[in-house]
Design a binder for this molecule. Structure first.
Ligand code: UDP
Ligand code: MG
Length: 139
């Protein structure tokens, strides 16, 4: 059985470029509802905790530096088949490889500054949602 929740962030490059509105519009248009949302800035340490799984990857330092460089929007989204459908909506990690019409194709600046995050599994969607939101902040 597939779950109906995923977690997303609108990353600093997309916030800086005034693309919060257009990205949220695409999310709603694709049939996702918002269960939780906040606008905040991560410390480098918090970004490091969020991306802990990538700790050994060569881009980890740059990634955590970038993710703490400005404010982000964090949100929990719901829809049938949320994780897979959201990954489809955002497109490939590298925007040069992302399909036409995807969020990353439209808004990402580079493979690092790629506009949005999307969970890769139901389990990680739950872990990532709990990292940002208490039960009182989820609707
Ligand atoms: N990233 C990067 N260089 C790479 C691969 C990934 O800077 O070669 C960054 C990028 O911001 C990406 C994040 O690290 O979104 C997490 O990588 P992952 O492989 O999980 O990609 P995603 O799940 O975000 O598509
Ligand atoms: Mg990932």
């Amino acid at each position: 059985m597939t779950g109906n929740k995923t977690f997303t962030m609108i990353k600093p490059d997309a916030v800086e470029a005034n693309n919060i509105g257009p990205i949220l519009a695409m999310i709603n248009k694709a049939g996702f509802k918002i269960l939780a949302m906040k606008y905040m800035r991560l410390t480098k340490e918090q970004a490091g905790m969020f991306y802990e799984v990538h700790k050994e990857r060569p881009f980890y330092g740059e990634l955590t530096e970038y993710m703490s460089s400005g404010p982000i929007v964090a949100a929990v989204l719901t829809k049938d088949n949320a994780v897979a459908d959201y990954r489809k909506l955002i497109g490939a990690t590298d925007p040069t490889k992302a399909d036409e019409g995807t969020i990353r194709k439209l808004f990402a600046k580079s493979i690092a500054a790629n506009a949005v995050h999307g969970s890769d599994s139901d389990e990680n969607a739950e872990i990532e949602s709990n990292f940002f939101f208490s039960s009182l902040e989820r609707f």
